[in-house]
Design a protein around this ligand. Structure first.
Ligand code: SF4
Length: 242
């Protein structure tokens, strides 16, 4: 609205706008502080959102520990710590290698192209949401997606505690590095994939990494066949498996 100035003998003496009630500066300051505090609280609540997984203090503490972890140099380049995707009490946990770009940006494992391939397999396996979980050996993205064995060793205690708290009946490793790190006695992945094993008392099924099926045509048929074997293995009761 245009403001019309009032003039008295050629000098401006004010405007024709209706007078607004004067604001008490103390009230204005208090309201500003209150709004800021509410905004901080909203941000704090968003940041402290429950991590996916078991709704327990131990799991929350572990997720917070991973979020703050600087045990290896990968913390310097990460956007997010990629902790876990899945249900609170999964019967089977898939263990991959390390996050890629999409995972680093979203903070969730296996959400990129390899993740889509894995999701297709999960659909074929008939695993309901919440009945499986997905983790990686390494929680922070390695530069250029090169697998970093030193980081995997530094990160190992987080993985071990995740598996302890999730307590799945079975494990599925994805790719050579996950198998080698969890089961150093396993044969090379090309021989091991598709054949059930045991990791202590726990049944373990090695699969190729879904990225292999995506990028190497020679592994596509092998991936499909191994996923078929995995489906059969999952139908067996844990006591009946290897
Ligand atoms: S990769 Fe693991 S050990 Fe390294 S900084 Fe990230 S959470 Fe910590």
């Amino acid at each position: 609205m245009a403001t019309e100035k009032l003039f008295l003998r050629g000098r401006s003496v004010g405007s024709a706008e209706p007078l607004l009630p004067r604001r008490d500066p103390k009230i204005v300051a208090a309201r500003t502080i209150g709004a800021t505090a509410r905004a901080i609280e909203r941000t704090r609540r968003r940041g402290a959102a429950e991590p996916e997984g078991p709704p327990t203090p131990a799991w929350r503490r572990l997720a917070e520990e991973a979020k703050a972890c600087r045990r290896c140099p990968l913390h310097m380049s990460r956007t997010h710590v990629v902790f876990y995707r899945g249900g609170p009490a999964p019967s089977v946990v898939f263990v991959g290698e390390a996050p890629g770009r999409e995972e680093d940006l979203s903070g969730r494992p296996f959400v990129g192209r390899a993740g889509k391939r894995l999701d297709e397999a999960l659909g074929r396996l008939g695993l309901a949401d919440g009945s499986y979980g997905i983790v990686n050996l390494v929680k922070c993205r390695p530069p250029e997606n090169r697998f970093d064995r030193a980081a995997a060793l530094a990160c190992r205690s987080i993985l071990d505690r995740q598996l302890e708290l999730l307590a799945p009946e079975r494990l599925v490793t994805l790719g050579a590095h996950a198998l080698r790190l969890l089961d150093p006695d396993a044969p090379p992945i090309v021989q091991a994939a598709g054949t059930p094993r045991r990791l202590g008392a726990r049944p373990l099924f090695p699969l190729l990494h879904p990225a292999a099926a995506l990028h190497a045509p020679r592994y596509r048929a092998r991936w499909e066949a191994d996923v078929g074997r995995l489906a059969e293995w999952l139908r067996e009761r844990p006591g009946e498996t290897l």
